[in-house]
Each structure stands twice: as C-alpha cells, then as structure tokens.
Ligand binder design. Sequence first.
Ligand code: PAF
Length: 288
Amino acid sequence: MKIINTPREMRALSQEWRCAGESIGFVPTMGALHEGHLSLAQAARRECNKFVASIFVNPTQFGPDEDFAEYARPFERDCALLEEVGCDAVFAPAPQDIYGAGGSTASLGARAFVEVGGLSELWEGATRPGHLRGVATVVAILFNVVRPTRAYFGEKDFQQLKVVEQMVHDLHFDLQIVPCETVRDADGLAMSSRNARLSPAERQAALLLSRALRAGVEMAHSGECDTTKLGAAMQAVCSEHPAVEVQYIAVVDAQTLATLPALDGRPARTLIAARVGSVRLIDNVPLN
Ligand code: PAF
C-alpha cells in the first residue's frame, strides 16, 4: 500500500491507473477509522480495480469552538486497518497541501469555496454554520486530485451525503456516489469516531438516540403519520437521561431534507442531533 502526501503524486498515480483503464474506488475519511469506514472500504475494494482512501482532518469543516484540535489522529493504526482491507493507496496530505501556506481556516483569505445552497443551510448547517461548505469544498478538492470512478459515503452523515450528491450533479463531476448503510454496534449505537470520547455512562445515555429513532419507526409502521407526534415521542425517549441534550429531531423529505408535516408516502428520513455530555452525535433512519 502506497502512502502519498502530495496532490501532485496522487494525481500522477490516478492518471496512470486511468490510462490503464482501471476503475478507482475512493473513501474520503478524517481517520480514526471504525467499522463504518471499513464497510465503505470493503465495498470500494470489492467493486473497483483500485482503491484509495484519504485521511485528512479538514480544518474548514470545524467551527472555531469545535473539536478540530482534539480530533483523534491514530495514523499508523488507520493505515494498518486499510492495508488489511487491501487498500492500494492512502492519500494523507497536510493542510497546506490542500489549502496553501498556513493551511488553517485562519489563514484562508481569498479563496474559492463550494457552497451547496439550500441543503447546506438546514439542520447541520443551521447548528454548525460553515460546516457543510467546508465539507463540500474539501470533497471537491479530493475528487479533483484522486479522480475516482466511484466514491463511497456512509448514510450515517445523511445530510453530508445529500450535499455531496447535489454538488456532483450540479458541478458535473464525472463520478458515481455510492451511499452505504450506517453500521451500528450490537446495541444500536451508530458507529462514529466521536464515540471513543464517550465515558461508559455517556455511551449508555447515547443509546437513547437510536432508541428514539426506532420508536419513531415503530409508530410510523403502526400507522401514525403526524410528524409532530412522532417528534414528541422521540423527544420523550431522549428526555429519559439528563445527559442527552437534543439539538434537533426532524422528520424530513429524504431528498430535499425539508420538514414533512405528515408522512404522505414520499421517502422520509428522521434526523437527530444531540450532545451527550461534551460529545455531539448525529444519527438518522429511513421512515418508509
Ligand atoms: O465524513 C467525513 O469523515 C468528512 O466529512 C469527509 C467526507 C472525509 C470530508 O472531510
């Protein structure tokens, strides 16, 4: 497995593969890999001739008060896991390789960003201003450097997936986005790099997020279509533990992410975001 640090080398390798007619699967990550990432890696490995993963903790998607500095960076462990899956190349640039000298949000000055209007302002966008602009921008940069045939994204970050799909469509990127189902621990907790920062008690409390989502699904399956009632029932589950501070619970149209007043047969999704102690978690499930 090659470890590549510069965009120039990554582009050259990708060009060589493309000229040889190879398909390239790509899994962008911020490292601290877990089973969720590995399921994306396995899909890319299975479905493409070559498989590249990137490890880059992207400064532009973190707000000033967020956990950029504390974000775990177990690079050697991540590389060992990717090698086990059969990864061909890890692209691990430094911030200055992606954003120029300085490489941090503070030093960006005049620069181009990718903004997916509408979708990026809802939910995560409203709670974390600038976050989805940072994601769309770095994903566009990574796509331009890696030039993948297919890129794999987890449904756990459902709004991120929708933003990336819209960007690829609107900016005519020549690649296919492959959505992959959320991977959960046996007790239902959605896999996330941030779970490692939960204390045992907080981890127990965090289970209320997936329990609340399941409660919503069960009510919908029993015929409840009023999304205000679904929301209230899910909020009640989360209120069972004082450490869980819900930021939003929303039943939305699965394509536009606009709030649905009632389930009406359109594909719908329930989104949840909550702080559990100092750790912010998100999760979601399909409703029909
Ligand atoms: O989901 C993530 O890990 C990140 O948002 C991504 C897609 C790698 C962009 O930095």
